[in-house]
Write a protein that binds this ligand. Structure first.
Ligand code: 2HG
Ligand code: ZN
Length: 460
């Protein structure tokens, strides 16, 4: 047994240093479906000092450390593929401040995203980033993955809200990059660099977030189309007209049909695709804005447009949208979720190609997600044994085609889930060797022994 675990147990107490197989099970998986990769120990930190201790000792003893929020990541970023320690910030759940004058919140990394949103709203404020897992993901994980969600269409992703960090490097050095002010260009944008670094640069111990005033009103409409391509064209039409809903989502027939029996919102039967369009703003401007979007959908061939009657109905529709991913995972023996992103003008074309890819490889596909951003969750599903060579080859063939088509349309491999271990082999398809090399050098500048979340993002 490595001596570091005894030292950690002595310093932090055995309750915070988990070693037994049964307890480690919970830290061996995430939402990627990859693994299991049980770590040798999971250390549950309560403070920045404890994070520093773990990273100092791990560096001295040359033990890999994998930072973990609440394990909702979809690309294996929080998996201990190289053994070692999983450092969990799940217990650091304090909202330290919500300041309506400075328009900031200061939080510990284990705060659940939805909990911060509710607390901000209770103070008349607004924290926009809304990953679908908002009821069970943490802000530390959101920062590491630069998480996004439906409202990114109008408000952008996590990086746009993280203005300051306290973060600990491998070896234990504590840094406080960023600011509390509305603006600031002192030095490099180190905060921006850490957002989306997938836990390979440092472990956040405190996050300062920008808040907005809470929008006065919110309204939602749902438009039904014969097929996803038509829905994609409607989305492009709304964007071309310069309308600014806060979310512009799509669900295709496979996603809708799957989720309908569990839906708390009655999705029209026979829908080939739906577009969910949510708007916010001043009450007086809202009704005409909804009307304009509804008309754009009509003109693009919607067979039905329904406006949510009240707040309860609006919430029910989002619940239905949010359960799509976990529900598909439970229903199928194998699910791999992609989160490609294509330029907005190419949304309909990508949907056309996805349809062909499913047919070509004889695989069930369900596509949904943040289509207004061109960010499509193309889910490849099968009930066959995905470990069987022929099935695995079909799945790999489909994924390869999805990425090839995405890149040929000038898109990108990942719009919100990151690369992790799920997509690292495709990195050279998108990025030149020089660019990958620069990023690897950057990583080694911050972590010269390559011990913090090793083996992620880049091809190994
Ligand atoms: C969502 O938007 C999540 O629901 C998960 O990003 C997507 O499972 C998926 O494909
Ligand atoms: Zn998503």
């Amino acid at each position: 047994m490595r001596p570091i675990f005894d030292i950690l147990a002595r310093e932090l107490g055995t309750a915070k240093v988990l070693r037994d197989e049964a307890r480690l099970e919970a830290y061996a998986r995430d939402e990627s479906g990859l693994g299991p990769y049980p770590p040798e120990a999971a250390v549950l930190c309560d403070s920045v000092e404890e994070i520093q201790l773990v990273l100092r000792l791990a560096d001295e003893h040359r033990v890999p450390v994998v930072p973990r929020g609440l394990g909702t990541g979809m690309t294996g970023g929080a998996l201990a593929t190289h053994g070692g320690i999983v450092l969990s910030t799940e217990r650091m759940q304090r909202i330290k401040e919500i300041d309506p004058a400075d328009l900031v919140a200061v939080v510990e990394p284990g705060v659940i995203t939805g909990v911060l949103q509710d607390a901000a709203e209770a103070a008349g404020l607004f924290y926009p980033p809304d990953p679908a897992s908002l009821a069970m993901c943490s802000l530390g994980g959101n920062v590491a993955e630069n998480a996004g969600g439906p409202r990114a269409f109008k408000y952008g992703v996590t990086r746009e809200y993280v203005i300051g960090l306290e973060t600990v490097l491998m070896g234990g050095t504590r840094l406080r990059p960023g600011r509390r002010t509305a603006k600031g260009v002192t030095g490099y944008d180190v905060v921006g660099l850490f957002c989306g670094s997938e836990g390979t640069f440092g472990v956040s111990s405190e996050i300062t977030l920008k808040l907005l005033p809470k929008p006065q009103g919110v309204a939602l409409l749902l438009a039904v189309f014969a097929d996803p391509v038509k829905a994609g064209e409607a989305i492009t039409a709304i964007i071309r007209k310069g309308y600014r809903p806060r979310a512009l989502e799509l669900m295709d027939r496979a996603s809708i049909d799957h989720v309908r029996p569990k839906a708390t919102y009655p999705i029209p039967v026979g829908a080939g695709a739906i577009v969910i369009c949510e708007l916010d703003g001043d009450e007086a401007a809202l009704a005409p804005a909804v009307e304009r979007c509804a008309q754009a959908c009509d003109e693009s061939g919607a067979t039905e447009v329904v406006i949510a009657a009240d707040e309860a109905q609006r919430r029910r529709l989002w619940e239905t949208r949010r359960i799509t991913s976990p529900s598909l995972r439970h229903a199928h023996r194998y699910k791999v979720s992609e989160d490609i992103c294509v330029p907005r003008s190419a949304i309909a074309e990508m949907l056309r190609r996805v349809d062909k890819i499913g047919a070509r490889h004889d695989l069930l596909m369900a596509t949904f997600g943040h289509a207004g951003d061109g960010n499509l969750h193309v889910n490849v599903l099968t009930d066959e044994d995905h470990r069987e060579a022929a099935v695995a080859a079909r799945i790999q063939g489909a994924l390869g085609d999805i990425f090839k088509d995405t890149l040929s349309l000038r898109g990108t491999l990942s719009g919100e889930h990151g690369i992790g271990i799920a997509k690292q082999k495709y990195m050279p398809w998108e990025q030149a060797p020089e660019l990958i090399e620069v990023q690897k050098k950057l990583k080694l500048t911050l972590d010269p022994k390559n011990l913090l979340n090793p083996g992620k993002i880049f091809p190994t």
